[in-house]
Design a protein around this ligand. Structure first.
Ligand code: GRF
Length: 198
C-alpha cells in the first residue's frame, strides 16, 4: 500500500480528486496518510476533515525563520512514514533537504504543458493569463517529478486542453482543472502505486 502525503495551499480541488478516485477505486494500492497545508483555514483542510484524513498546517508564519519552517515540514512528513509526496496546488518552494530525502518520490501538478508557461512566477491564474496573452490554442496540465529546479523534473503525464474563444483566465483554469489536472494527478498516483513507473 503506497502511503501518500498530499501537500496543499488553498482550494484543494486536486486533493479532492485524489480522495474521490481512491474512494471509487480508480486509484488502487494507495492511501492518503496525511494532508499538510502551509496555510491555516483553507478549504483543502476542510476537505481533509470531511474525508476523516489526518491533516495539519505547517505555516512559515508560525516559525522564526525559513530554516525552522523547513525543518518542521520535513519532520512532519517523516512522522507519517510516507512513500510518495504529492504537491497538489502547494505554493511553497520545497526545501532541498526534502528533495534529497525523498529523491524521485515527489510529484507535482502544473497547470500548463511544460516547458510552456512554467518556472518562477508561473502559478495559479498567472499561468492561464500568460497562455491567453500568448494566444496558444492548446494548453493543458503536466505531472512531473520534483527536482531542485522549478517545474524542471522528469515529466510523467500530460493532458492537452483546448483554449476557447472568449476564455478568461478563470474559465481556462477551470477547464484545465476539470479536463486535465483532476484526471492525470490521480492517474499518476495509480501508476506509481502499481509499479508502472520506471
Ligand atoms: C490551481 O491553479 C492548480 O492548477 C494548481 O494549484 C492551484 C490550486 O489547486 N495545481 P487546488 O484547487 O488547491 O488543488
Amino acid at each position: 500500500m503506497l502511503r501518500i502525503a498530499v501537500l496543499v495551499s488553498g482550494g484543494g480541488t486536486n486533493l479532492q480528486a485524489i480522495i474521490d478516485r481512491i474512494a471509487d477505486r480508480t486509484i488502487t494500492n494507495a492511501e492518503i496518510a496525511v494532508v499538510i497545508s502551509n496555510n491555516h483555514g483553507v478549504k483543502a483542510l476542510e476537505r481533509a476533515k470531511q474525508a476523516d484524513l489526518p491533516a495539519c498546517c505547517v505555516s512559515p508564519k508560525d516559525y522564526d525563520d525559513r530554516a525552522a519552517f523547513n525543518r518542521a515540514l520535513l519532520e512532519t512528513i517523516d512522522a507519517y512514514a510516507v512513500d510518495l509526496i504529492v504537491l497538489a496546488g502547494f505554493l511553497v518552494v520545497i526545501p532541498e533537504e526534502i528533495i534529497d530525502r525523498y529523491e524521485n518520490r515527489i510529484i507535482n501538478i502544473h497547470p500548463s504543458l511544460i516547458p510552456s508557461f512554467c518556472g518562477t512566477g508561473y502559478y495559479g491564474l498567472k499561468v492561464h493569463e500568460a497562455a491567453l496573452k500568448r494566444g496558444v490554442k492548446i494548453t493543458g496540465a503536466t505531472v512531473h517529478f520534483v527536482d531542485k529546479g522549478t517545474d524542471t523534473g522528469p515529466i510523467l503525464l500530460q493532458k492537452a486542453v483546448p483554449v476557447e474563444d472568449g476564455d478568461t483566465p478563470e474559465s481556462l483554469q477551470r477547464r484545465v482543472m476539470e479536463q486535465a489536472e483532476w484526471q492525470i494527478l490521480p492517474q499518476a498516483i495509480d501508476m506509481i502505486a502499481n509499479g508502472r513507473v520506471r
